[in-house]
Design a protein. Structure first.
Length: 168
């Protein structure tokens, strides 16, 4: 539990001091729907692959968090917030919610108020989600706009494969 508390603390500090760090940009937003045969498969190889994916994301969650930029009046943000919350709970990843209009969404009642973080991350579309490593000071775009939980999982796995050990 101390590791999780330490990560939350580091991510919280990073919200305040994000201007000191270089933000990596990545457009890894291929939005391919899963084929029906993959999403309903029961063969052992597919089940092992799903387990491996879950392990990769849970391992990333030990040293990384998510910055979730949103606006309370944005309909896409309202629909994406429960997806982000469910994903975070499933994989044990810390979410730092940042409201750009100063009003929290019900899923994230204790959000940070944007203090130019959105400018530093070059957020031009809401919602926006970044995978953030406070130890290496790297951040990678995971999603812009509304995406499904399956797309979110795929995007994080794509980033994990693309940048290898630097986010781990």
């Amino acid at each position: 539990m101390k590791i999780k508390t330490g990560l939350i603390y580091l991510l919280s500090l990073w919200v305040v001091y994000v201007s000191c760090f270089q933000v990596a940009e990545a457009a890894l937003l291929n939005q391919h729907e899963l084929e029906n045969t993959l999403s309903h498969s029961t063969n052992d190889a597919h089940l092992q692959a799903e387990y491996d994916q879950e392990s990769i994301i849970k391992e990333l969650a030990k040293k990384n968090g998510l910055f979730f930029f949103y606006r309370s009046t944005c309909p896409y943000c309202k629909r994406f917030a429960p997806v982000v919350k469910r994903f975070a709970e499933t994989y044990g990843i810390v979410v730092v919610p940042i409201t750009t209009d100063g009003i929290s969404l019900p899923e994230f009642p204790h959000s940070y108020i944007n203090q130019r973080q959105s400018e530093r991350f070059h957020v031009t579309v809401e919602p926006a989600l970044f995978l953030v490593n406070p130890y290496t000071h790297q951040a990678v775009a995971i999603a812009y706009g509304l995406v499904s939980e399956a797309e979110l999982r795929k995007n994080i796995l794509d980033v994990a494969m693309h940048i290898g050990g630097s986010v781990r």
